[in-house]
Design a protein around this ligand. Structure first.
Ligand SMILES: Cc1ncc(COP(=O)(O)O)c(C=O)c1O
Length: 400
């Protein structure tokens, strides 16, 4: 066993699975491990490294802001913080009445949204609805919101009042009435295997929540920052939510989370009701500003859409008995497998110098940096094909 493996297990908490390797550096869409082996990174830290690794814009933003002012308390405002809030209001379409709260992670963004939902609760209006199989984070609030009972089983009791419904239009119709304070949804259930919502789900969710006075809160932590070929996943449906939660790709690798509210939902929080020491600090917000500015000026949202289509075509063209379909949007794609061998495929891909991920035994998730081009798509296709072939040779199909 490698030396890093022993050091890891003798020093790191046993709360996470054994890492696949130890990485040392990155550049563009590539990372290198401690032995100098290179990997094409088609996971981007799970939809985080929007600009890839060591992008000059990212490096310059972190370095310049660190040299100027890294942190102040919430007793003071800073220019990068306010500028990022203004930018997020513009990009999310939150408009004049929109407001932004900053935290440091996706789970913290959802904790803030959970409290927002509680502030919307009055009298009979107490229920919070989320989806079966959804993922909203690992904090106690995140566990309560997530539709994955096994994840919270060891930690009960989690905050109450949350119900999980199937992601179907029927279940939605049955669930939403005047007793609901908020509905939380991911536009694509990323951790559940990159499963898009049924057609018309978000549109109907908007109608029903508006009709019954409930908040529609969209978790854009995995789908936001251009990943799906729109700035935010909900924009495919043409709706306006009451709140969105953001993290991952907006920082491009720098930890940051945000809750953006629209309209009347912006008036729910009052002074002293929420906060975070690090939330919105100038280092994080200056970096996120630079990352989002680069996504805008380099046209990376359109690139995500275009490259996503090209990747779908490439994956569909792979001759393997294992691949049965591809789903998702832009550069958040799920590949369905005919057998529960996703972790074998991930391991085989790693041996081929390709980083991908298995959110469940029958799905592969890819979420590469938004900067990918023809070369990366060709490399991915060649390496992924070889990985599939090593798990199930094509001849296996021909003999059945
Ligand atoms: C949709 C969604 N919500 C929330 C989270 C939690 O974010 P974090 O791990 O930054 O706390 C994640 C992380 O994977 C996510 O994909």
């Amino acid at each position: 066993m490698n030396a890093w493996h022993d050091r890891f297990h003798q020093s790191m908490m046993g709360s996470m699975a054994t890492p696949l390797g130890m990485l040392d550096r990155g550049e563009g869409c590539w990372v290198w491990d401690m032995d100098g082996m290179s990997y094409l990174d088609f996971l981007a830290g799970i939809a985080v490294n929007s600009l890839g690794h060591a992008h000059p814009v990212f490096v310059e933003a972190v370095s310049a802001q660190a040299a100027r002012l890294a942190h102040v308390s919430n007793y003071f405002a800073t220019e990068p913080q306010v500028a990022l809030a203004e930018r997020l209001k513009r990009l999310t379409g939150a408009g004049e009445r929109g407001r932004v709260y900053f935290g440091n992670s996706g789970a913290e963004a959802n904790e803030a949204a959970f409290k927002l939902a509680r502030l919307q609760s009055t009298g009979e209006r107490t229920r919070i609805i989320t989806l079966v199989d959804s993922f909203h984070g690992r904090t106690m609030g995140g566990l309560a919101l997530s539709g994955k009972p096994s994840m919270r089983a060891d930690f009960e009791p989690v905050p109450g009042g949350v119900e999980h419904i199937e992601p179907t239009l029927d279940a939605l119709e049955r669930a939403i009435d005047g007793t609901v304070a908020a509905l939380f949804v991911e536009p694509i259930l990323g951790e559940a295997g990159v499963r898009p919502l049924p057609d018309g789900f978000l549109e109907r969710a908007r109608e029903l929540t508006t009709q019954h006075g409930a908040l529609l809160i969209i978790d854009e932590i995995q789908t936001g920052a251009g990943r799906t070929g729109r700035w935010f996943g909900f924009q495919h449906a043409g709706i306006v939510p009451d709140a969105v939660t953001l993290a991952k790709g907006i920082g491009g690798g720098f930890p940051i989370g945000a809750l953006v509210t629209y309209g009347a939902a912006s008036e729910l929080f009052g002074p002293g009701q929420h906060g975070s020491t690090f939330g919105g600090n100038p280092l994080a917000t200056a970096t996120a500003n630079a990352v989002l500015q680069e996504i805008e000026s380099a046209g990376l949202v359109a690139n995500a859409e275009l490259r996503g289509q090209q990747l779908r075509a490439a994956i569909t063209g792979i001759d393997s008995p294992l691949v049965t379909g591809v789903r998702g949007a832009g550069l958040l794609l799920g590949i369905s497998l005919s057998e529960p061998v996703a972790s074998e495929v991930v391991a085989a891909a790693l041996r081929e110098g390709l980083i991908i991920n298995a959110p469940n035994p029958v799905s592969i998730r890819i979420a590469p940096p938004l900067i990918i081009g023809d070369t990366e798509i060709a490399e991915f296709t060649a390496r992924f094909t070889r990985a599939l072939e090593s798990v199930r040779p094509v001849t296996a199909k021909e003999t059945t």
